[in-house]
Design a protein around this ligand. Structure first.
Ligand SMILES: Nc1nc2c(ncn2[C@@H]2O[C@H](COP(=O)(O)OP(=O)(O)OP(=O)(O)O)[C@@H](O)[C@H]2O)c(=O)[nH]1
Ligand SMILES: [Mg+2]
Length: 345
């Protein structure tokens, strides 16, 4: 399935139905009177975060959403039918912006969350509504109110607990494939990954969602390489896994390049907890590992984990380190376990 994380959509809610002017006039029936019904309400345009979607690709094919108009009121006190709503189904993590792309209307971060984006117009009152002791034969009815129309922008920011960042070829996709059932494309050239991928990781009886995004290079925030536009997908992660290719020239420089891009991107990405790992240890001599680790330690001021995404060496340690941060943010494991046990039937 294709991945699309931005879409522009035109929406329109339904017009209200007109009220009706009508009188009861029947032979041999003495008291007639106004009996024009009210118009129905126009349908709303609603957006809902649903399960089982992880792209906005549907909105490439359908970009107009209109709710139904309310029915007109009728004689014999019959009200018009309400117009049906139009429902936009989006993946969890979708944000809705105004046409300018900056004013946030809604942030659908949870499953089942829904918001009315455009309200249907109210139906007009029929003349039966206007009858009173002083005006027993009103000849007026209200027209229905028009619906609203607007252009909105949908922007998907995937919801993952942890995100992998690094230079192209660092082994990010290899890592994701090794620890989850995801099958990202892996190859020994840069920019193999063109769109973000998600996988579910299971470790120690716990689970979390890990995101692999396209590699960053120096100047990504100015559009170099694939740019930094996919960093939005790790904005909501609780922790970042920073992978560095140990076979590269200088692990410290590689680390700094990515950190500079994270800082330039903003949105507090640089402030997120970070696990640093030197990858491809299987292809390195003991001496090279020592040298690269020392460089990386100096650059990151952390002790990096030494791993191989291919052989699996050190990988469980990385997963546990990620899990620890995630669970801290979620609440303690005991709290989380208690909350889950209480929830289960
Ligand atoms: N020897 C060795 N090779 C690895 C390891 N991890 C990844 N590779 C190789 O490195 C190359 C790049 O791996 P990918 O997983 O595609 O790298 P990536 O970081 O996802 O790259 P982009 O998607 O381009 O950003 C592939 O040829 C992998 O087989 C490792 O632990 N050891
Ligand atoms: Mg990749």
């Amino acid at each position: 399935m294709k991945f699309l994380d931005e879409a522009k959509v035109y929406i329109r809610s339904g017009d209200g139905g007109n009220g009706c002017v009508s009188f009861r006039r029947e032979k041999f029936i003495e008291f007639g009177g106004p009996n024009g019904g009210d118009g129905g309400k126009g349908g709303d345009v609603i957006v809902e975060a649903v399960d089982g979607l992880n792209t906005l690709i549907d909105y490439r094919y359908q970009q107009h959403f209109k709710a139904k108009n309310g029915g007109a009121g009728m004689g014999k006190d019959r009200a018009g039918a309400n117009g049906g709503d139009a429902l936009l189904k989006v993946p969890v993590g979708t944000q809705i912006y105004e046409e300018d792309g900056e004013t946030l209307i809604a942030d659908l971060a949870e499953l089942g969350q829904r918001t009315v984006l455009a309200r249907g117009g109210n139906g007009g009152f029929g003349n039966a509504y206007f009858k009173s002791s002083t005006n027993r034969a009103p000849r007026r009815a209200n027209p229905g109110q028009p619906g609203e129309e607007l252009t909105i922008r949908l922007r998907l920011k995937l919801i993952a607990d942890a995100g992998i960042v690094g230079l192209p070829n660092a082994g990010k996709s290899t890592f994701l494939a090794a620890v989850s059932a995801a099958k990202p494309k892996i190859a020994d050239y840069p920019f193999t990954t063109l769109t973000p991928q998600l996988g579910v990781v299971r470790i120690d009886g716990r689970e979390f969602v890990l995101a692999d995004i396209p590699g960053l290079i120096e100047g990504a925030h100015e559009g170099a390489g694939l740019g930094d536009r996919f960093l939005g997908h790790v904005e909501r992660c609780r922790v970042l896994l920073h992978l560095i290719d140990g076979t590269g020239e200088n692990a410290g420089d590689a680390y700094r390049t990515i950190r500079a891009e994270l800082a330039a991107y903003g949105h507090d990405l640089a402030g997120k907890p970070e696990i640093v790992a030197l990858n491809k240890a299987d292809a390195l001599s003991a001496e090279a590992i020592k040298q690269q680790t020392a460089r990386l330690k100096r650059a990151s001021k952390k002790t990096p984990l030494v791993i191989s995404a291919v052989s699996g060496e050190g990988v469980p340690d990385v997963l546990r380190a990620l899990l620890r941060v995630i669970e801290q943010a979620r609440g303690t494991p005991a709290e989380t376990a208690a909350a889950e046990a209480a929830w289960r039937p």
